[in-house]
Design a protein around this ligand. Structure first.
Ligand code: ADP
Ligand code: F6P
Length: 322
């Protein structure tokens, strides 16, 4: 049954992502417009358990839409994965008059939101992760900025790789998922792409491909390797030994998680923030906001967490053919 909320909390949890600030801003301003009070919880569930809670008004979120990171801070919190931690979190919410909560983060953060909902706090999740690894949605906040950052970096590596006639392995983030690698492989015209979802451990195929390309006159060879496979430095050593060609590994790392969000991340995060504010105001709980087939929609968290996501086969084929 729908429960009317009066005061909502908002927190960011798990790895930060560019666009989280745009989402916070939207949650705050739309909730105020809906006649609710808003409190910000610092440092995710850890800040909730430490009662790091601040009042938020329109001005609290001024001048942040263009900023990377999250003004609320984020953290990972083991204590909140325990039943005691969750009961304490719900009790702290009640103490501060918080009867609704927007959680911006990934799958793990949704599990926390699910537990808070079971404790009587209305919750809505918003997908915030550069990894795009949330099954219920075609879009996650930060992915677009991240792939643009990685794409620009790989273009630069290609320049120097061509000048020196080297092989370059570029490792991109994504945790266990290969979406960042897949998009960059297409955008950067990579010669080889290694995704955890598809990897067959056949390094000889890569070596043969490099030698073949060199014979055809290609001066560089870019391999985009996903973090889920890793080992780029040792792979570079083995490829250099097998091909006789200078091979370098570049691990892009945390630069992919920072920076000013792209237009898409600002707009979609703003839409999702407002959508979350509206469904909380309508009394819904245990929901997640998603973008599916060109529409903003919401799902039950239990249903969302049970969904499976696979690498798009056609995109993978294109990445290999082009
Ligand atoms: P993400 O949200 O990006 O997937 P994590 O998996 O690190 O990142 O989860 C973020 C936080 O969510 C964890 O540090 C923890 O506090 C909370 N969390 C994760 N799993 C659970 C769970 N099963 N129950 C309750 N809280 C959880
Ligand atoms: O989930 C985002 C992400 O950047 C992943 O791509 C990466 O595996 C992970 O976070 C790194 O997490 P941490 O900040 O704990 O090193």
């Amino acid at each position: 049954m729908a429960k009317q909320v009066k005061t909502i909390g908002v927190l960011t949890s798990g790895g930060d992502a560019p666009g989280m600030n745009a989402a916070i801003r939207a949650v705050v301003r739309k909730s105020l417009a809906n006649g609710l009070k808003v409190k910000g919880i610092k440092k995710g569930y850890m800040g909730l358990l430490n009662e790091e809670i601040i009042d938020m008004d329109r001005r609290s979120v001024s001048d942040i839409i263009q900023k990377g990171g999250t003004i609320l801070g984020t953290a990972r919190c083991m204590e909140f994965t325990t039943a005691e931690g969750q009961a304490k979190g719900a009790e702290i919410c009640r103490k501060h008059g918080i009867d609704g909560m927007v959680v911006i983060g990934g799958d793990g953060s949704y599990r926390g939101a699910q537990k808070l909902s079971a404790q009587g706090i209305n919750t809505v999740g918003i997908p915030g992760t550069i990894d795009l690894d949330i099954a219920c949605t075609d879009y996650t906040i930060g992915f677009d900025t991240s792939i643009n950052t990685a794409m620009e970096a790989i273009d630069k590596i290609r320049d120097t790789s061509s000048s020196h006639e080297r092989v370059s392995i570029v490792e991109v983030m994504g945790r266990h998922a290969g979406y960042i690698a897949l998009w960059c492989a297409i955008a950067n015209g990579a010669d080889d792409i290694l995704l955890p979802e598809k990897y067959d451990y056949n390094e000889q195929r890569i070596i043969d491909n490099i030698i073949d390309n060199r014979k055809k006159g290609k001066t560089h060879h870019i391999i985009v390797n996903a973090e889920g496979i890793g080992h780029s430095t040792s792979m570079a050593r083995r490829i250099e030994a097998a091909t006789g060609l200078e091979t370098r590994a570049s691990i892009l790392g945390y630069m992919q998680r920072g920076g000013s969000p792209t237009c898409k991340d600002r707009v979609y995060a703003s839409m999702m923030g407002c959508y979350a504010a509206d469904i909380l105001a309508a009394g819904k709980t245990n929901r997640v906001v998603s973008y599916r087939n060109g529409q903003f929609v919401d799902y039950d968290i239990d249903e969302a967490l049970a969904m499976k996501k696979n690498i798009n086969e056609y995109m993978y084929e294109i990445a290999r053919i082009l």
